[in-house]
Design a protein around this ligand. Structure first.
Ligand code: ATP
Ligand code: MG
Length: 753
């Protein structure tokens, strides 16, 4: 099939083209936000495919699952033909998981290993702390201990290394004991935590290079946020041909707190002395006014090497910086501004065009009710993930137990769901007893109810009956799975359905929900996802690993239990999932995004709001790295294409005590130099402004009739003021007539017109 190289290179600038077609073996593309790094990387992949490289010989590591999906779509547009489905593309974790599923047995990994998510890990740790009555730490510290362990693993410090270093220093602390037991418990339950996935994959590829003998080229986006383990993985993926392309931007490194290693850029140049470095300098994303303002922020970091970035768009509208009396009013102001903008521009912006980016998930709490009030459809990429919802997680846990009854983590969580007359004391008792006897909880309860042993755990007669029921459910579903296997069926949805029927899950969920809540919808959504997942598998769209020279030793089994295992792995590694409410909304209006800044990396929206710009939030009170916090703000600001709104409340209320406390504008934004670059209110909307928006976004402008219609329909306060006009003296902005908005909050920032 002929592929059109010109189509791939179309619209790229000189340096980007050079990068795409470069025959450099090792290439680093270092460039500021919006300069087309991701686009260049994507085009380079397409170019390789156009030149006959097989997609299954290319590994592309992206930062989120969503990013890899988008990248596939872009590649598909350029080359078509479905080749993109065979790329080995995904996050480091998902790629590593695929290799371990296929070849893990080569390093003695059990076939059906489970993945411990951060919640699982914390549970294990908190149990270890309780069981041993460690004095200096109580159960609530489990999260901290977990991230400490994770950081050590990300720096490749194994338990043994750590203990050895402690011995040298002549001390053994409780932490090293917890670390040690944690590793043992995961192993006993056949679980790998997120760090293990990468570490075990390192082991695999070191010992069995044949697994990646087919790999011709390795490409990595957002390289600045890789850690040491990921760096080594990259080298191992590429070990056959040593062809690597990375793109990144040191100014956007925001994962230092998770052991990301900015030194990887230099290390790479040392490991591969033939590395060629290219720089892109033009920004194609943002209006110049937004870019200038963002640069002013990042340049406060004096240690940072100065470098140029040229806007390609016109000046556009100044970013807005606004102070509001409280987070509640801040949220109200955001919603009003959104409605105003949409109405005055003839609905030129859909909700898809708008993002609200928050430093931490908690900040979304004030915003959500306002969105609901105004019926604005939104997706939350912050806070509880879909697969972690209270009604969804138990279903997944059940499935984990069905796949592997010895997964004691999952079993302990669901053995009493729905309530089965096993109090928490009984469950804790079972967990402790299984540990003491050195067997899984499953083995323990099976033996216990058979009378092969006498429970030490406090289990009543009724409790014992419940255990019998539970065991029966698991066995029945496992049988079902087996017969589906024999019948060569692949859809796991019916299995989930019979499980839910057997345990009376629907009634359980409906008892649990509060008025107005619709939890069952999420369970249905899960079943739909399972179906979709299996369909994709059947269509060969599941990015199954291609064959490699190591395949001679692989026993191939493509079965429903493998499908189920993959589905669960997929769920464990999911970074985000939009809520079904949002998916059902009218497509024409789109869905607004509320995301953490961390999850917004690499993305762009015409309109971006960054609320909560106060000291304590950015920079965060718990962060020790001010420069990283500044880069985080920089990442947030540089997501915006035409309009950027920064805001902060002047007063906060303590969630527990209810006490009010004053809050201050984030120091990064309080610099004098920024003053003339920002305004205190949203832009006056004139036809000229609308045209400017259109140009930057590359979109048609609405007709004047349409604008008049939407403006009228919106029934904005002081409607006359809002009529769009070409006359700049007409004030059609900032008239938030509700009393709260009457005051001028902006003593420190005047409106520089
Ligand atoms: P970030 O650092 O935020 O990840 P990036 O460098 O990866 O940014 P991209 O997302 O690839 O930037 O590109 C930013 C925007 O600029 C995209 O909308 C992209 O399509 C557009 N773009 C990139 N290169 C060009 C070009 N040569 N001409 C026009 N638009 C371009
Ligand atoms: Mg990018």
């Amino acid at each position: 099939q002929e592929l059109d190289v010109e189509l791939i290179l179309d619209g790229l600038n000189k340096v980007q083209r050079d990068a795409v077609v470069s025959d450099a073996e090792v290439l680093q593309i270092l460039a500021p936000p919006g300069s087309g790094k991701t686009r260049t990387l994507t085009s380079r992949v397409a170019y390789m495919l156009a030149n006959g490289m097989s997609p299954s010989n290319i590994i592309v590591a992206t930062f989120t699952n969503k990013a890899s999906k988008e990248m596939k779509e872009r590649i598909s547009k350029m080359i078509g033909g479905g080749l993109e489905h065979r790329l080995i593309i995904g996050t480091f974790h998902s790629i590593a998981t695929k290799y371990l599923r296929k070849y893990g047995h080569l390093i003695g990994l059990p076939k059906e290993f489970g993945i411990a998510d951060t919640g699982d890990s914390s549970n294990v740790i908190s149990r270890i702390i309780k069981r041993n009555k460690y004095s200096t730490m109580d159960g609530s510290d489990a999260g901290n201990v977990r991230s400490r362990i994770s950081t050590l693993k990300a720096k490749m410090q194994s338990v043994d290394d750590y203990i050895a270093s402690q011995k040298k220093a002549n001390s053994t602390d409780e932490f090293s004991k917890i670390y040690d037991q944690y590793e043992k418990e995961l192993k006993n339950s056949n679980l790998l935590d997120f760090d293990d996935l990468l570490l075990r994959c390192l082991d695999l590829l070191r010992a069995h290079p044949l697994c990646v003998s087919n790999i011709e080229s390795v490409l990595i986006d957002e390289f600045q946020d890789t850690n040491l383990v990921q760096f080594d993985l990259m080298c191992l993926f590429a070990q056959r041909r040593n062809k690597i392309t990375i793109v990144g931007d040191p100014d956007q490194s925001i994962y230092g707190f998770r052991a990301a290693e900015i030194g990887n850029l230099k290390t790479m140049q040392q490991v591969y002395p033939n590395t060629i470095v290219l720089n892109l300098e033009e920004n194609y994303r943002s209006a110049a006014a937004i870019l200038n303002c963002s640069l002013e922020v990042i340049q406060q970091d004096k240690a940072r090497p100065q470098k140029g970035i040229t806007p390609t768009h016109q000046l556009g509208t100044s970013p807005v910086l606004r102070k509001l009396p409280s987070p509640h009013f801040e949220a109200q102001w955001i919603v009003q501004e959104i409605l105003r903008l949409r109405a005055l521009t003839g609905n030129m912006f859909t909700f898809d065009d708008i993002a609200i980016l928050v430093r931490s998930a908690g900040l979304a709490r004030d915003i959500e009710p306002q969105m609901n009030n105004q019926r604005i459809p939104y997706r939350l990429i912050a806070g509880t993930k879909f697969f972690e919802r209270q009604e969804v997680k138990p279903v997944l846990d059940y499935l984990r137990v069905i796949i592997d009854p010895n997964n004691s983590e999952a079993l302990a969580r669901v053995v009493n769901i729905p309530k089965r007359r096993l109090g928490s004391k009984s469950v804790e008792g079972l967990v402790a007893e299984a540990h003491k006897r050195g067997i899984s909880i499953w083995t323990l309860i099976c033996k216990g109810v058979r009378g092969d042993l006498k429970f030490e755990a406090p289990i009543s007669k009724l409790g014992e009956q419940s255990l019998c029921q539970f065991i029966k459910v698991i066995k029945d579903i496992r049988k079902l799975l087996e017969s589906a296997e024999l019948a060569m069926k692949h859809d796991i949805a019916p299995i989930i359905q019979s499980l839910l029927d057997k345990i009376g899950y629907r009634a359980h969920i409906e008892n649990m929900q509060k008025p107005g809540e619709e939890r069952w919808v999420h369970v249905e959504e899960l079943i739909e996802q399972a179906t979709e997942f299996c369909n994709n598998l059947a269509a060969g769209f599941d990015d199954d690993l291609p064959d490699s020279d190591a395949d001679a030793v692989v026993i191939e089994e493509s079965t429903i239990s493998i499908a189920l295992g993959r589905f669960l792995a997929n769920a464990a590694l999911a970074t985000v999932k939009e809520s079904p409410e949002a998916e059902n909304s009218q497509a024409s209006e789109g869905v607004l995004t509320i995301s953490t800044i961390h999850n917004a990396k690499g993305l762009e929206w015409p309109i971006v709001f960054v609320p909560g710009c106060y000291t304590g939030s950015i920079p965060h009170s718990r962060s020790e790295d001010t420069d990283e916090e500044r880069r985080l703000l920089y990442v947030a600001m540089t997501r915006a294409q035409v309009l950027l709104y920064l805001s902060y409340p002047s007063e906060l209320r303590d969630r527990k005590s209810g006490d009010k406390q004053e809050s201050n504008l984030c120091t990064f934004l309080a610099e004098d130099k920024l003053k003339p670059l920002m305004k205190s209110a949203g832009p006056k909307i004139s036809l000229a402004v609308i045209e400017e928006f259109g140009k930057i976004m590359g979109r048609e402008c609405p007709t004047i009739e349409k604008i008049q219609e939407t403006t009228k329909a919106a029934n904005l306060p002081n409607r006359d003021d809002y009529v769009p006009s070409d006359d700049p003296s007409v004030n059609n902005y900032g008239t938030y007539t509700e009393n709260e908005f009457q005051e001028d909050y902006d003593d420190d920032f005047d409106d520089h017109e």
